[in-house]
Design a protein around this ligand. Structure first.
Ligand SMILES: *Cc1c(COP(=O)(O)O)cnc(C)c1O
Length: 439
């Protein structure tokens, strides 16, 4: 018979008496340290090993200093609105507003004038009206939710007409036909992939038709033999039939930046006659995750009263950050200077080049010309002139950079790691140098 080796394992109490563990208790609190020690002991038992106290203390210490799962990373990809990297960083003004609302109580659903219950769906009405020319507006959880609730409120039980050229899928399985089905509306496809005429829409309108839907093609572009009616033509056809035109702009844009001119603005869509226009909060708007809905008073009120508006509501932190971001958009010059994604998109290429020079000097790399992109389904063909710091080391080095703290995410091209300087802030450069100097 062999003795059970697990009997040799120290107790939690014995471990707590060690000096190194006492240090951990001071840093992380007793409760978390005890939990980490129990986990280390559990692991040793599962392995059937009588691990020494040193090793158990080390394991507990490693658990406690493990970074959180969701954490900030350095974006050296050159894709400004990178969906996998959290899309748009917030302006300082937006961070401050969210933090103020987060750390105390707020009038989220409270009418301060009347001292009675209010609606979270009214905070943005005035600001959105001012910025887009709409009668009214609100925000929900994200743009997918915005499209869903608009369709459910306006067209459930009826038919929605859409061009075959706009039956798109955007990242992460958001497919327009699926969303339509979930809204309770029936999809009526018209035209062909590359050409849809006004007459194609008009020919299917009947009493069961509840809306015409237009969807921005976002992350792809059709070139060559293409045709589609203008928003104004579609809106007029819808109005003549007594139904709304719903326009999903995807990224949307409030500020006309010269280099981004071909993204439609909510204002231009509303002026053309759309009844409801929706777009994301965290693409070119540069705010938090949200879906913004603007339009005519009646349709917006119908959306606001729909039960899905409750289920898909925006949370107070995003709402606070969104309001602060929209305030910056009142002044296009201020928006371009203060909102990170707009600042990156409009920065002079000489500044990017200078940053690449500094980074290359700091870490011993080579400066190369690259192209950066807006991302987020906005202006997919637009190539922004950029520069990167190029390093030898390929996928191995890229993996090491991703393991550093904070992780640095670059791209690998022809066996070299490119750190694109369009999406880097000056304050990121020392972090990258530290990551490269590390193990
Ligand atoms: C990005 C996009 C959406 C989805 O927006 P989320 O904010 O990611 O939910 C919907 N429609 C279009 C056209 C888009 O580009």
């Amino acid at each position: 018979m062999t003795a059970n080796p697990l009997r040799e394992l120290p107790s939690v109490d014995a471990l707590l008496r060690r000096d190194d563990i006492a240090g951990l208790v001071e840093m992380h609190g007793r409760e978390r340290v005890v939990a980490a020690l129990r986990a280390a002991l559990e692991e040793a038992r599962a392995a059937g090993e009588a691990r020494p106290a040193d090793r158990l203390a080390g394991a507990a210490s490693a658990t406690l200093s493990r970074p959180p799962s969701l954490r900030r990373v350095v974006n050296a990809t050159g894709v400004i609105v990178h969906t996998n990297l959290g899309r748009s960083p917030l302006a300082e003004e937006a961070v401050r507003r969210a933090s103020e609302v987060a750390s105390g109580y707020s009038n989220l659903e409270y009418d301060l004038a009347g001292g009675s219950r209010g609606s979270r769906h009214r905070h943005l009405s005035g600001l959105l009206a001012e910025l887009t020319g709409a009668d009214d507006g609100l925000a929900v959880n994200n743009n997918a939710a915005a499209v869903l609730v608009c369709l459910a409120a306006m067209a459930a039980g009826g038919e929605v007409v859409i061009s075959r050229g706009e039956l798109i899928e955007i990242g992460d399985g958001f497919r327009i036909p699926d969303i339509l089905r979930q809204s309770g509306a029936t999809l009526v496809e018209v035209g062909t992939t590359n050409r849809t005429r006004l007459a194609d829409y008009v020919s299917v309108l009947r009493p069961e038709t509840r809306a015409i839907l237009r969807v921005h093609q976002s992350n792809f572009r059709m070139v060559g033999f293409t045709e589609s009616p203008s928003t104004a033509e579609l809106a007029a056809a819808a109005a003549a039939h007594g139904i709304p035109l719903i326009d999903d702009l995807g990224s949307g844009q409030l500020t006309d930046l010269p280099s981004l001119m071909d993204e439609p603005t909510a204002r231009s869509s509303l002026e053309a006659g759309s009844a409801l226009v929706c777009f994301s909060g965290d693409k070119l708007l540069g705010g938090p995750q949200a879906g913004v809905i603007v339009g005519a008073a009646g349709p917006v009120e119908r959306v606001r009263r729909h039960p899905l508006a409750r289920a898909l509501r925006i949370d107070k932190l995003s709402l606070a950050a969104l309001e602060a971001t929209l305030e910056l958009h009142r002044d296009p010059a201020k928006a371009a200077a203060r909102i990170p994604v707009l600042r990156m998109a409009s920065q002079p290429s000489a500044d990017v080049r200078a940053r690449a020079d500094r980074l290359a000097t700091l870490v011993g790399g080579m400066v190369v010309a690259t192209t950066a992109r807006i991302g987020g389904g906005a202006v997919p063909l637009l190539e922004l002139e950029s520069h990167a710091c190029s390093l030898e080391g390929g996928e191995r080095l890229a993996a090491r950079l991703r393991r550093s703290e904070p992780p640095v995410v670059g791209r690998v091209q022809e066996g070299r790691v490119l750190l694109d300087c369009t999406t880097l802030e000056d304050s990121d450069l020392p972090l990258i140098a530290a990551a490269l100097a590390g193990p």
